[in-house]
Design a protein around this ligand. Structure first.
Ligand SMILES: C[S@@+](CC[C@H](N)C(=O)[O-])C[C@H]1O[C@@H](n2cnc3c(N)ncnc32)[C@H](O)[C@@H]1O
Length: 405
């Protein structure tokens, strides 16, 4: 048994602990920006294969209190690295620190690397070479004010890198943040889902993959393959079972749209790369001209943040109109809007039933939830408008047409 730590976007610790418990991890404990758990390397493989919310899975191999660079070197030298990997593999050391009193984090990284190389040279007659881009083995050093912890990374490239979403300038969400939003919303496969500002389609592709019961870790390499404790007899049946579980691609009640043709195109490309182009309905349209694609469902989206000059005012004008649209055309739906622009809360003119703090990278966001019930103080015009919309969306319930057509 070993201690593990799975980092995740800040705000998703609770959902990640729930996800791990559902996977059968027995003592998942939410910590700051991650979840701690105990288990075997087999447990770590399962979490790597199945978790949609974790960013990676780290195995704790040593810890100590420290006061100097020499203490850090000595603690790293004491770890039995040779039991996990040999000098033939390439190595990288990564360091994170909170309130570390020592001067140079880079120097501490170097000392840990030296300690690992010295130990392997002594025990195995050679030292590993360093590869900072694509190492076979990655060691994480974490320091707080008094304590240092050493971890072996079991993951490799971050778990949120699944699929293909390229950097498009559309500010794509990380896949694990999108998965966390879906979990916080309580969305389940089969519930109609609509992202009307879909950008590169991250929320849509996550929802489609969840619907088809695809394990997020299929078809990618993991760092644990390189570790000496790796047993193919544990991994192969687990992997085969996950592969067999996946459902055939089929049309799903998932809709996406965006005002930008380039965004819709990027979403289509991303879905196609995952073989999901026939599962999700896409359209280019201004959200303010759209309507509900089903009588009930969940609208989950993240509007642009006003980062460029002029966008601030544009967004301030947009929120009241967006709120008005939700009230008029999405009665019966629940809307979940992720935003780092906290003016939204006031300007949208709807009462949020929940606000969940979440970090999108460094941006402190809220996931606002709005329960859209038919408004009691609407004008007759709006009521008529809403009745017509519902009739229109009702006619679209059957078949597999695009919305708004
Ligand atoms: C922050 S991005 C969404 C990123 C997306 N969640 C992803 O993971 O790729 C916001 C998107 O809203 C779109 N957008 C902005 N104003 C819009 C409007 N009025 N109607 C529809 N889409 C709009 C932008 O084109 C952009 O693609």
């Amino acid at each position: 048994m070993a201690d593990f730590y799975a980092p995740c976007p800040k705000g998703l610790e609770g959902p990640l602990a729930d996800e791990l418990q559902a996977l059968g991890v027995i003592d998942a404990r939410a910590r700051d920006a991650g979840v701690a758990f105990r288990g075997t390397l087999r447990t770590a493989m399962l979490v790597n294969l199945e978790s949609r919310i974790a960013s990676r899975v780290l195995m704790r191999v040593g810890d100590a209190t420290y006061r100097s660079e020499d203490d850090v070197y000595a603690a790293a030298l004491a770890v039995r690295w040779e039991e996990w990997f040999g000098p033939e593999l390439t190595l990288k050391v990564e360091t994170s620190a909170i309130k570390c009193p020592l001067k140079s984090i880079d120097f501490l990284t170097l000392r840990v690397k030296d300690a690992i190389c010295d130990r392997l040279r002594e025990r195995r007659g050679a030292r590993p070479s360093i590869d900072t881009r694509e190492p076979d083995v990655q060691v994480h050093l974490h320091l707080d004010r008094l304590q240092m912890t050493l971890y072996l990374d079991t993951t490799g490239a971050g778990l949120f890198r699944r699929g293909d979403a390229r950097d498009t300038g559309l500010a794509p969400l990380k896949k694990n943040l999108a998965a966390g939003m879906l979990r916080i919303a309580g969305w389940q496969p089969g519930v109609p889902l609509y992202d009307p500002m879909c950008g590169s389609g991250t929320i849509l592709s996550e929802a489609a993959e969840i619907s088809l019961q695809r394990a997020p870790g299929l078809g990618r390499p993991f760092a644990f393959h390189n570790l000496a404790g790796f047993l193919a007899s544990d991994w192969n049946p687990m992997y085969d079972a996950a592969e067999e579980r996946a459902l055939p691609v089929q049309p799903l009640p998932i809709w996406g749209s965006d005002i930008a043709g380039s965004a819709v195109e990027m979403t289509r490309e991303n879905l196609t790369a995952l073989g999901l182009q026939d599962s999700v309905h896409l359209k280019q349209v201004n959200v303010l001209e759209t309507s509900a694609p089903a009588p009930e469902g969940m609208l989950i989206t993240n509007p642009p943040y006003g980062v460029r000059v002029g966008e601030d005012e544009e967004m301030a004008a947009f929120y009241p109109e967006f709120g008005h649209l939700l009230k008029r055309r999405f009665a019966g739906w629940r809307a979940f809007i992720l935003s780092g622009d906290l003016r939204l809360a006031k300007l949208i003119r709807l009462a949020a039933s929940r606000r969940t703090p979440l970090f999108n990278g460094q941006i402190d966001c809220r996931l606002f939830e709005y329960r859209l019930v038919a408004g009691s103080n609407r004008t007759d015009d709006e009521a008529g408008d809403s009745r017509q919309d519902r009739l229109r969306s009702g006619s679209r319930e059957t078949g597999n047409q695009e919305q708004n057509d």
